[in-house]
Design a protein around this ligand. Structure first.
Ligand code: LLP
Length: 437
């Protein structure tokens, strides 16, 4: 089995991540436990920047915080010199609390609330990515009333249907995100910014979807955006200073998703950008990309303790773990597939076919279906790999399960970066009205 980053099997045949034995991590921090490999996160940040900078000089790597964001993660992103994409007041607050430079923030989202807009304006964030006409108007009015000139990008839906799960396609015409090209909506939005009182047009943004493994999906988006940039230049006499092509760079979850490196994405994208710049005779904009999953996906592992094992002879053997769709809703939401290993017995022979299910009251709470593992028993530790993206960030308290802790491992040391929720945390915001007392 391919192990990511600093993962290895130690002489005790235990899975080790960042020099930390998973058995010790389970003992020290409990399970379920999210384990994040700091070295791999940093390597992913660097390889991303390098793969794009190799082909294009003015590159900005914007980490998409929705994949995994905590104050410690913000510190890593900051120290690696990346910018940050936030989509809510909560993500912005996380960034601010960790001391992230506000000028390196891009504020996304299709329905920013008035409060979120005010917060972004007050904090002096670098860019709002304006998603629709209502927002354009509201943001302009707010910025004007606050006496602020605010730089914005216009989010365009470029009419491209990426080959990925329907729920994570975003570039097609029928999308809730962005101004379509259809009926000149995107073009008119740029004009709207140029005519606005307080918004400053700084460029264009698109994001065609997530977990895209077809490297040929991105170049048409780049081409389309630069065609629009050319029209903006000719007809509106405005420059696209920043071309942000979004994220979506797929990773290998199962060993069958194709092992893509960033270079596989960066080469065709930058080649297309350069060709289009020449074709349209445009000055080169800053090229921004927004990886989320690629930075953290394979750097995360979830460690569970096996509880009951239920064998339905000739039908299925279920292995139940102490978490489930509450800490990883992705299999239930997108039929996402994962690999797993018995972390306290990393042996080669895996000859028992089992289905790993969670403890939530839901038949769809299956984490890994039909996987071959060594014979497994109650008390074993099960590691589900590649859970770094959209697991912690999408975790819930379904069934009133406290959310797991997150530890950051590096060089044989493990640091808690998110505490495990307690039962008190679970009822913290509950209120019993007087009449029920
Ligand atoms: N930029 C924008 C504007 C986005 O909407 C997204 C993801 C990204 C960047 C980062 O995409 P990434 O590089 O991580 O694919 N919960 C889903 C994924 C939703 C993605 C939403 N937007 C999942 O678990 O697969």
């Amino acid at each position: 089995m391919r192990l990511h980053g600093t993962m290895r099997v130690n002489p005790l045949s235990h899975l080790e991540i960042g020099g930390c034995d998973c058995k010790t991590l389970a003992k020290d921090f409990g399970t379920p436990l999210y384990i994040m490999d700091e070295q791999l996160i940093r390597e992913n940040c660097r390889s991303f920047a390098k793969a794009f900078s190799n082909h294009y000089s003015d590159i900005e790597i914007v980490y998409a915080g929705k994949a995994f964001l905590t104050t410690a993660m913000v510190r890593i992103v900051q120290s690696e010199g990346l910018s940050l994409d936030v989509v809510s007041g909560g993500e912005l607050y996380t960034a601010k609390s960790a001391g992230f430079p506000m000028e390196r923030i891009y504020f996304h989202g299709n329905n920013k609330t008035p409060e979120e807009m005010t917060m972004g304006l007050e904090l002096g964030i670098g860019h709002f990515v304006v998603d629709n006409p209502t927002e354009l108007e509201m943001l302009d009015a707010k910025a004007s009333s606050m006496g602020i000139k605010q730089k914005v990008l216009i989010r365009v839906s470029p009419g491209i249907t990426a080959n990925t799960h329907h729920y994570i396609q975003t570039g097609q015409l029928d999308s809730k995100f962005g101004f379509p090209l259809y009926r000149d909506s995107a073009f008119m939005a740029v004009k709207g910014v140029l005519d606005s009182r307080s918004l400053v047009f700084d460029g264009l943004h698109c994001h065609i979807g997530s977990q895209i493994t077809d490297v040929n999906a991105f170049p048409p988006a780049a081409q389309t955006m630069l065609r629009l940039a050319s029209r903006i230049r000719e007809e509106l006499r405005a420059e696209v200073n920043i071309l942000n092509l979004g994220g979506g760079f797929g990773i290998d979850y199962t060993g069958e998703d194709g092992s893509l490196s960033v270079a596989d994405f960066s080469a065709p994208i930058t080649a297309t950008v350069k060709e289009a710049l020449e074709e349209y005779r445009l000055p080169p904009p800053r090229l921004a990309v927004e990886p989320g999953r690629y930075i953290v996906g394979n750097a995360g592992t979830t460690l569970y303790t096996v509880g009951s094992v239920k064998d339905i002879p000739e039908v299925r053997k279920f292995v139940f773990v102490d978490g489930g769709m509450s800490d990883n809703p992705r299999p239930a939401l997108y039929h996402a597939k994962y690999r797993a290993a018995v972390a306290n017995r990393m042996v080669k022979t895996c000859d028992e076919k089992v289905t790993v299910a969670g403890k939530c009251c839901e038949s769809g709470d299956i984490l890994v279906k039909d996987i071959y593992l060594p014979e497994i028993k109650s008390g074993d530790l099960l590691a589900v790999l590649s859970t770094g993206a959209y697991n912690y960030s999408m975790a819930s308290n379904y069934n009133r399960l406290p959310r797991p802790a997150v530890v950051l491992v590096k060089g044989g040391r493990a640091h808690l970066i998110v505490k495990r929720e307690s039962y008190e945390d679970v009822i913290r915001n509950d209120v019993i009205p007087e009449r029920l007392k």
